[in-house]
Design a protein around this ligand. Structure first.
Ligand SMILES: Cc1cc2nc3c(=O)[nH]c(=O)nc-3n(C[C@H](O)[C@H](O)[C@H](O)COP(=O)(O)OP(=O)(O)OC[C@H]3O[C@@H](n4cnc5c(N)ncnc54)[C@H](O)[C@@H]3O)c2cc1C
Length: 342
């Protein structure tokens, strides 16, 4: 939808918060909380995410609904990889780009961790578009102190469990929240509230895909939004935090999870940073503040090098899987426009 076709009556949604808009529409506290949770994946809290993003909840309820990928999300990646392999694309794994070489306004090579140069005519960067400009291209506007001042989406604390037995008290998607929602969500990301009784989300992959656990067992994925590494650099308390969550969950669903564990994997923001180069462990990249969206977001095209492009969550249009995919379409259009016929 083009911006011009959005009715002007919706303009105030750009400046008011999602929570204000929900307050206007609903009286039930629970409904307001449930509909506000999407904000955590876009900005930080429903109290500082623009109300315009309530369009996501609207679209989900009114149009597309919720889709479960049979076999799990990774099947999408497998599908894309298979198509690309058939088209002759070659993948080089475990290759980290640490530097670039350039001449005459063009990048000529990217350099990997072993000092090997990789040359090409056009480069598309999928690492975080803000981080790459700072750490690799050494742009002052994206140096660490500047990046630290930007707004980043939640850092994930994730737990993957294999549990013996079936847990009847759980659906596929479950949110476990406390009663101090506003105080908790306003303070959690700056590490100003105790993680003793955290809010968290539980997904039961084995419910939608029974092959994800042995018969009679359950696989659980738990996501707890936590402060990123700017506000909480030390995660030596990870096992304690996971224990708190598992104990709380056991009580709420009336099932002794701790004593029925087959497997347990814990990833804190340090792991997420290391695994995917996520800036300070921020799970979804740059937040969707008014000054970090559209033209104000790091562009899909590089400011200086004509043959350097970006895709992913910290460039345009924004965070999350669907938008990261749209970014690749926008970037492809830019590349075709610039290089078609050359
Ligand atoms: C726990 C968690 C749960 C999430 N849940 C959802 C959800 O339910 N729905 C949703 O829409 N989104 C969700 N997201 C967000 C979604 O996963 C991201 O927004 C999306 O994957 C971003 O895609 P991307 O291509 O920008 O980055 P990535 O998927 O991180 O891909 C970037 C790739 O570049 C590689 N890379 C980084 N730096 C370098 C380098 N220097 N050299 C070489 N390679 C490099 C990384 O290893 C990575 O493979 C979740 C994220 C997390 C962490």
């Amino acid at each position: 939808m083009g911006l011009a076709s959005v009715p002007w009556g919706h303009a105030p949604l750009m400046v008011k918060s999602m929570w204000d808009e929900l307050n206007r529409r609903f009286t039930s506290y629970e409904v307001k909380v449930i509909f506000s949770l999407v904000a955590f994946f876009l900005g930080a809290t429903p109290f500082d995410t623009p109300a315009v993003y309530s369009i996501l909840t609207y679209t989900e309820l009114k149009h597309d609904g919720y889709h479960n990928v049979r076999g799990g999300m990774y099947k999408i990646i497998d599908g894309i990889v298979n198509i690309l392999l058939k088209r002759g694309v070659k993948f080089h794994y475990n290759t980290e780009i640490v530097d670039v070489k350039f001449s005459n306004g063009r990048v000529t090579d990217v350099i990997d961790q072993n000092g090997n140069p990789w040359s090409a005519d056009i480069f598309v960067i999928n690492a975080d578009a803000a981080w790459f400009r700072g750490a690799i291209l050494k742009r002052k506007a994206f140096c660490e102190p500047k990046l630290d001042k930007m707004k980043w989406t939640l850092a994930p604390f994730t737990i993957y469990l294999g549990v013996k037995g079936k847990i009847n008290g759980l659906s596929v998607h479950n949110y476990f929240l406390g009663t101090n929602f506003k105080e908790y969500s306003s303070k959690i990301f700056k590490n100003q509230v105790s993680l003793q009784k955290p809010y968290y989300y539980v997904n039961v992959p084995s419910r939608a895909n029974p092959e994800f656990a042995p018969q009679g067992s359950e696989s659980l994925f738990i996501l707890c939004p936590v402060p990123d590494l700017r506000y909480k650099p030390d995660w030596s308390d990870s096992h304690e935090l996971a224990g708190n969550i598992i104990a709380d969950l056991s009580e709420r669903v009336d099932y002794d999870i701790a004593n029925n564990l087959d497997t347990q994997i814990i990833y804190n923001p340090t792991h997420w940073q290391k695994m995917f180069n996520l800036y300070k462990g921020s799970g979804l990249g740059l937040a969707h503040d008014l000054n970090q969206i559209a033209y104000m977001r790091p562009h899909n095209t590089d400011e200086k090098f004509k043959n350097l492009f970006y895709v992913g969550s910290s460039t345009i249009p924004g965070t999350g899987l669907p938008m990261a995919v749209i970014s690749s379409k926008l970037t492809t259009e830019q590349i075709v426009k610039r290089f078609n016929g050359q």
